[in-house]
Ligand binder design. Structure first.
Ligand code: MG
Length: 336
């Protein structure tokens, strides 16, 4: 088996602002695993606030001995091997895991979503995310989002209500809200939750600081809207920790170290009766198809990475009626 990798700068169509950060592009590491004439593709998306970089990813990959990866792939052993090289680094671990899944699917001539037990007909709609912006530009972005069957809005500015009102003046589609830990006051947050409920908001991500489980749990207990932990939940071991703090979790492959652990997180959340959203970072078709392979097992999907970027190096996967369409192609179904 042969591993090759190269950095790639993924550009966003719009400057993207959330409660604490703003950026116009995202560094990626794209990698390929070659075995018996087949190539598996993987991707790490390293948004700066998560702490990984092209340099840390390259340094990590240089420590990986691909002779550890034997068919059929023992993902539990592989993840444990990668975690023993160095803790953290979930995005570059995800890139390896995604490439292995793509490769395995191609070697077995099966789509990844079938290997993971998904039913293509259960694919949820994907929300289209709109970042914090001036009211004029925000309105323009909402109008551009016609054609998507759900909208996700980043909140945490002083104009939260105004932004929602702009959305509601344009469209009646379901709304998801992400506060990115931006809310501070319990009672004020609960008032806002009730108001958001009247506006047709279906879920709220990470209302308060991830370091304040008590306030998040207080809000969850009283909220008529589903509250999900995102920044609080990275890997499998976190799922049990946030049980009772949120109604559910936002899983992202770049946090979970890939598809294998994401699948286990879904299964564990279901055992605990928790809801599941599968989300993404700024990603190309590669990591998006990897997440889409698991999306039919989740309640909601927020896999808009390729819709928000301008230089995706892969073909755009089929997208109809607001949903990614899973193909019967082997592996991820990625087209160059
Ligand atoms: Mg989020």
């Amino acid at each position: 088996m042969k591993l090759t990798f190269a950095p790639f700068e993924l550009h966003l169509k719009h400057r993207f602002t959330i409660a604490k950060f703003s950026r116009t592009s995202t560094p990626l590491m794209l990698l390929q695993l070659e075995h018996e004439g087949q190539i598996g593709y993987g991707e790490a998306s390293m948004v700066p606030y998560m702490g990984e970089s092209v340099q840390s990813a390259a340094a990590f990959l240089n420590k990986v001995d691909v002779s550890q990866f034997k068919m059929p792939f023992d993902y539990a052993a592989i993840i444990s091997y990668l975690d023993n090289i160095e803790p953290g680094n979930p995005a570059i671990k995800a890139a390896i895991d995604i490439a292995l899944h793509d490769l395995e699917g191609k070697l077995l001539n099966k789509p990844c979503w079938r290997l993971l037990g998904s039913r293509a007909e259960n694919m949820p709609v994907t929300s289209y995310t709109i970042g914090i912006d001036t009211p004029e530009i925000f309105r323009q972005k909402v109008e551009e989002a016609a054609g998507y069957n759900a909208i996700k809005i980043k909140l945490g500015s002083a104009d939260d209500k105004q932004l929602i009102e702009i959305v509601r003046s344009v469209t009646t589609v379901p709304l998801y809200v992400d506060a990115n830990q931006g809310w501070t006051d319990r009672e004020g947050s609960l008032d806002l939750v009730y108001w958001l409920h009247e506006q047709g908001v279906q879920l709220i991500e990470q209302p308060m600081l991830k370091t304040d489980p008590d306030s998040n749990a207080w809000l969850t207990e009283r909220s008529p809207i589903t509250i999900l932990g995102d920044e609080s939940v990275q890997r499998l071991s976190d799922v049990d920790k946030v049980n009772g703090v949120y109604h559910g979790i936002n899983i992202k492959l770049m946090k979970s170290a890939g598809m294998y652990e994401a699948k286990r997180m879904i299964d564990r959340a279901r055992e605990l009766n928790m809801k599941v959203l599968i989300g993404c970072m700024s990603e190309t078709s590669c990591a998006t198809l990897a997440a889409a392979a698991l999306a039919p097992q989740c309640d909601w999907a927020d896999l808009d990475g390729p819709l928000l970027t301008s230089n995706n190096p892969f073909a755009m996967p089929p997208f109809e009626n607001g949903k990614w369409i899973l193909s019967d192609s082997a592996g991820l179904g990625l087209v160059q």
